[in-house]
Design a binder for this molecule. Structure first.
Ligand code: SF4
Ligand code: SF4
Length: 219
């Protein structure tokens, strides 16, 4: 088994739902321009700390394998604060977890602004490891496969989802009006104590059954 196949098998065995490899040389620059590949790791989203812990453990596992082979790498954590001024936070305008996932072929950006994987839908959380290892990469997904579905837009209680379809390069702001979504979430937190809304995740027809099956297996 070659290195990248072995790495995928190992990460899936350790709890990842999906693992993809992307060529990111068009998007990385400056201090990280030597890191031309990204490993995109997705786990079933539980909106809790366990999801983050699992992603960090999987990133460390990938990093260990890369280090053993003498490759350089940089782990972008799953829950990076985009505004704290650290080196990692400054990478976000260059490469996001969703961008790495689309470039590795793991899915497209849905009308709800989330990465939609054909098997797990929007029910995955991601972490990304950049590396100079010459990994064989997947075929980038460059357009939406939401098709005629508008369920997330129709049922979004804050009317935050514009209904526009994503293709590579379309900014998040064209898909989701962030302020409307966050005001709605603040409101339900204040009135019901619920931590999130999540309706645009639950209603998506992609991946309903697969995600709950995997969640049952690993939790
Ligand atoms: S989280 Fe709720 S309010 Fe925000 S976009 Fe999704 S459905 Fe709309
Ligand atoms: S609910 Fe429909 S439109 Fe929204 S992300 Fe899922 S497939 Fe796309």
């Amino acid at each position: 088994m070659n290195f990248h196949s072995g790495l995928r098998v190992e990460l899936i065995g350790a709890g990842a739902a999906v693992v993809g490899f992307a060529c990111v040389k068009e998007v990385t620059s400056g201090d990280i321009s030597h890191l031309e590949r990204a490993i995109s790791i997705g786990v079933v989203k539980n909106l809790n700390e366990r999801t983050v812990r699992l992603l960090v453990a999987l990133e460390k596992r990938a990093a260990r394998r890369l280090r053993e082979r003498g490759y350089r790498y940089l782990c972008i954590p799953p829950d990076s604060d985009r505004a704290n001024g650290t080196f990692i936070s400054k990478l976000y305008p260059l490469i996001t977890h969703k961008m790495a996932a689309t470039l590795s072929g793991l899915g497209w950006i849905g009308r709800n602004g989330l990465l939609i994987n054909p098997v797990y839908g929007p029910r995955l959380s991601f972490a990304t490891v950049l590396t100079d290892a010459p990994l064989q990469t997947g075929t980038p997904v460059t357009g939406s496969k939401c098709g005629g579905c508008t369920l997330c837009m129709d049922f979004c209680p804050s009317h935050a989802i514009t209904g526009n379809e994503w293709s590579q390069g379309v900014p998040y702001a064209d898909l989701v009006r962030t302020k409307k979504c966050s005001s709605w979430k603040e409101g339900i937190r204040a009135t019901s104590g619920k931590p999130n809304c999540g309706l645009c995740i639950n209603i998506c027809p992609y991946g309903r059954n697969a995600a709950s099956a995997l969640k049952d297996r690993i939790h």
